[in-house]
Design a binder for this molecule. Structure first.
Ligand SMILES: [Zn+2]
Length: 133
C-alpha cells in the first residue's frame, strides 16, 4: 500500500507516483518510495544499497589515488550512519504520529538499521584493514 506521509493517508491508486494532493511519494530517507514494506525487506535493501555504494567507491581505486579513495569511503560510511540515524528517528516519529503513516514505520526502521549495520560494519572493517585514514 502506498502512503502519503504529508497527508497521513493511504493512497490506493497513486497517479504518477503522487498522492491526490500532489505530494511526491518518494522519500530519500527510506531510500525509495513511501510504500508499505516489511522491516526485514527494507533492512536487506538498505544494507545492499550501502554495500553496493561502498564497493563502487573501493573499485574507484583503480583510477583514483588510494588516499582519496580511503577518504571518500570514510565519508560515505559516515553518511550511511547519519542516514540510518535519521531514518530511525523518522520511524519513531511515524509510529508516534498515529494513522496510516504508522504503517511506514517498519520500513523506516528496517532502512535505518540496514544503513547503520552496513555503515558501521564497513567502517570498522575499513579501519581494521587500514583502508580508511
Ligand atoms: Zn499528500
Amino acid at each position: 500500500m502506498w502512503i502519503c506521509p504529508y497527508c497521513n493517508t493511504a493512497v490506493p491508486n497513486p497517479v504518477n507516483r503522487k498522492c491526490p494532493n500532489g505530494h511526491g511519494l518518494a522519500d530519500p530517507i527510506v531510500l525509495g518510495f513511501t510504500v508499505e514494506q516489511t522491516a526485514s525487506k527494507s533492512f536487506i535493501k538498505a544494507f545492499l544499497i550501502c554495500l553496493a555504494a561502498a564497493v563502487l567507491v573501493i573499485l574507484s581505486r583503480s583510477f583514483l589515488p588510494e588516499k582519496t579513495v580511503g577518504h571518500v569511503l570514510g565519508m560515505a560510511l559516515v553518511f550511511f550512519i547519519a542516514v540510518g540515524v535519521v531514518a530511525l528517528l523518522r520511524a519513531l516519529k511515524w509510529k508516534r504520529q498515529g494513522g496510516p503513516v504508522t504503517r511506514l514505520a517498519p520500513r523506516a526502521l528496517g532502512t535505518g538499521l540496514g544503513c547503520l549495520v552496513a555503515g558501521g560494519g564497513l567502517l570498522a572493517l575499513g579501519f581494521g584493514l587500514d583502508m580508511i585514514r
